[in-house]
Design a protein around this ligand. Structure first.
Ligand code: FAD
Length: 357
């Protein structure tokens, strides 16, 4: 026998909780299904030293400012996990965990959500499963021949395990810069990127990103063409550890290698580098496997959406996956903003369905 809800939210990270806040306010009957044993979403898995790149007051979920962390301008990942756990309790959000959603099916009048424990029937499904479950490692010749250690960002916890080693860090984003910054304090590092890394100005941190995202959202609502936000400013936020790495002269990126060899990496021009470990900071893809039964067409790995709503399956909304689901939607403040507009649209969907009856 299936449990029936107006809305089933898949994923209980920041995006799922933000949706829960507005669904509760809209008095819709909903449940949040999350496969983690504890609250916090991806923030439970980040490396020990990771911090928000914006102060607490710039990273709120709807309704409740993130409390400042005493003595810390940029909150730690543990502080964010504590905030998300308290948030669930504060708003008594109906989170069921650990529950793994295995598939979402179109069964005519409903969407059926099959989990590892039971079946749910929903009028609307919000997918907020993030990207942590879908690490991306590009393939290069010789990958299986390399005798050293290879790991993706998702397995990295601390520099200690690389002491005295020769480490190659791959990737041109914030994860790569922050991991390079700390591993280079204990190991010999080489940074490789496909294109020259682009650093934000030193005075740009999450506050500026927040303000620019707010301006873009205001412009979008007013129908003003988008300015592209901070993309022109760069990709890498100069957090204190990355600034320190620049002072130490380690923020120098080599072009990407062309293959791996048994003991290292090599370039087509003939030069090579022996190394003990390669850390692939090569990002993530949206974790959408559970949507496969809907057979949605995807473009570059993403589901075509109008705002957060699937173009092909209008009863499906997607939250928190990055700009394609709303400006800065993969950040706390962006998740809050896009959840608000998505739930307003869902409410309209229900009201127009009732009017049509
Ligand atoms: P998640 O946090 O991944 O939550 C999704 C939840 O859904 C997880 O609990 C997952 O286990 C669960 N799930 C997945 N699949 C299923 C399934 N099939 N069934 C049930 N449950 C499922 N953001 C900021 O706002 N500020 C920052 O300063 C910041 N810094 C960052 C620095 C780095 C290096 C990185 C990598 C990210 C940073 N982020 C920052 C981004 C932020 O951490 C993530 O984008 C955010 O955690 C995504 O939230 P989410 O709710 O969309 O996904």
């Amino acid at each position: 026998m299936a449990d029936v809800r107006d809305v089933v939210v898949i994923g209980g990270g920041q995006a799922g909780l933000a949706a829960g806040y507005f669904l509760r306010r809209a008095k819709l009957d909903f449940v949040i299904l999350d496969d983690q044993p504890e609250p916090g979403g991806a923030w439970r898995h980040y490396w020990d030293s990771l911090r928000l790149f914006s102060p607490a007051e710039y990273s709120p979920l709807p309704g409740w400012w993130m409390p400042r962390q005493p003595g810390e301008e940029f909150p730690t990942g543990d502080h964010v996990v504590g905030y998300l756990a308290d948030y669930e309790k504060r708003y008594q959000l109906p989170v069921r965990r650990p529950v793994r959603v295995e598939g979402v099916h179109d069964v005519g009048a409903w969407l059926a959500v099959q989990t590892d424990q039971e079946l749910w029937r929903a009028g609307i499904v919000i997918s907020a499963t993030g990207t942590w479950d879908a690490p991306h490692v590009p393939s290069y010749p010789g990958q299986s021949a390399f005798s050293g250690r290879q790991l993706h960002t998702d397995s990295y916890r601390s520099p200690k395990e690389f002491s005295g080693q020769r480490v190659v860090v791959v990737g041109g984003g914030n994860s790569a810069a922050q991991i390079l910054a700390e591993v280079s304090t204990v190991a010999e590092t080489t940074w490789v990127t496909r294109r020259p890394p682009r650093f934000m100005p030193d005075d740009v941190d999450g506050r500026v990103l927040f303000d620019v995202a707010t301006q873009r959202e205001t412009a979008r609502r007013a129908g003003v063409p988008d300015t592209g936000g901070t993309r022109s400013l760069g990709d890498i936020v100069m957090v204190p550890s990355v600034l320190d790495a620049r002072e130490r002269g380690v923020l120098h990126a080599e072009p990407m290698f062309d293959r791996l060899t048994e003991h290292g990496v090599a370039w087509d021009d003939g030069h090579g580098l022996a190394c003990d470990a390669i850390i692939w900071c090569t990002g993530f893809r949206p974790a959408l496997r559970h949507l496969a039964p809907l057979q949605l067409r995807t473009e570059d790995g993403v589901v075509p959406t109008d705002g957060a709503r699937s173009v092909q399956e209008p009863r499906l909304h997607l939250l928190g996956y990055g700009d394609w689901t709303g400006w800065a939607s993969a950040t706390l403040v962006g998740a809050a903003r896009t959840a608000k507009s998505a739930v307003a649209e869902i409410l309209e969907q229900f009201e127009s369905d009732e009017a049509a009856v």
